[in-house]
Design a protein around this ligand. Structure first.
Ligand code: T5A
Length: 212
């Protein structure tokens, strides 16, 4: 991995604590000499952030239908990959993304019920075979994640879905992690922030840094 940088994604349900870990991981890698770019999905570029606002803001006059939601996720992703992620990797940087394609499989696939074949076809159009080097799936019981989100305030459009939706998403993330052990690590995100950080740093050291 020395020439090209590497791409790490953080995934998980609502309140799983991924966003909290992004700056911690970035510091950990910078202290080891890496240039790090942090981004998020949906969003991460000026145009992709505009798409994010359409996706996450509830319009009382018009519901965003599931197909539009899916297409907008991939529009934002194509923009992010082409204009930020690939150029950064080509410059030897590490890219950390708060969510990426696995969120679409979990939320639009398991959550909304869109067929995985449909998602795969759109992925091919949007980003081809491009994929993370390592995905960290932060796993917490839905009730724990929801309690953390509640303590943070108002829910966005997607966060307003019911508990059954989030249970399907959690199961999807866990199953995916367990069936892709080479590229995906399942992190128990229930303990305190420092304990979760230590677990993450251990995984990154073993999977990315030992190959340097
Ligand atoms: N989406 C996204 C799709 O439907 N399809 C897709 O393809 C993509 C890419 C994005 C939404 O879009 C959906 C998923 C989402 O619903 P968002 O606002 O970016 O929306 O929301 P999230 O990605 O869910 O991120 P959040 O920042 O809102 O939540 P996190 O990252 O899960 O949690 P975090 O770190 O912000 O922590 C939440 C609270 O818990 C505390 C924090 O301090 C914070 O208050 N906390 C902990 N407390 C105790 N112990 C710990 N270990 C803790 N870690 C954090």
């Amino acid at each position: 991995m020395a020439q090209r940088g590497f791409f790490i994604t953080l995934e998980g349900g609502e309140g799983s604590g991924k966003s909290t870990q992004v700056p911690v991981i970035a510091d950990f890698l910078r202290q080891r000499g890496f240039e790090v770019v942090c981004t998020r999905e949906p969003g991460g570029t000026k145009l992709a952030e505009q798409i994010r606002s359409v996706l996450l803001t509830r319009d009382p006059d018009e519901d965003l239908c599931d197909t539009s939601e899916l297409l907008l996720m991939y529009a934002a992703r194509a923009q992010l990959v082409e204009t930020l992620i690939k150029p950064s990797l080509a410059q030897g940087k590490v890219v950390l993304s708060d969510r990426f394609d696995l969120s679409t499989i979990a939320y639009q696939g398991a959550g909304r019920g869109i067929a995985l074949e449909t998602i795969a076809a759109l992925r091919q159009v949007a980003i081809g075979e491009f994929a993370p080097d390592l995905t960290l799936v932060f796993d917490v019981p839905v009730a724990v994640g929801m309690a953390r989100m509640r303590s943070r305030g108002k829910a966005d459009r997607i966060e307003q879905a019911g508990a059954a939706f989030f249970e399907r998403i959690r199961t999807c993330f866990r199953d995916y992690a367990l069936s892709h052990p080479e590229t995906v690590a399942l992190i128990d995100a229930t303990p305190d922030i420092a304990t979760v950080s230590a677990a993450v740093e251990q995984v990154i050291t073993a999977r990315c840094l030992s190959k340097e």
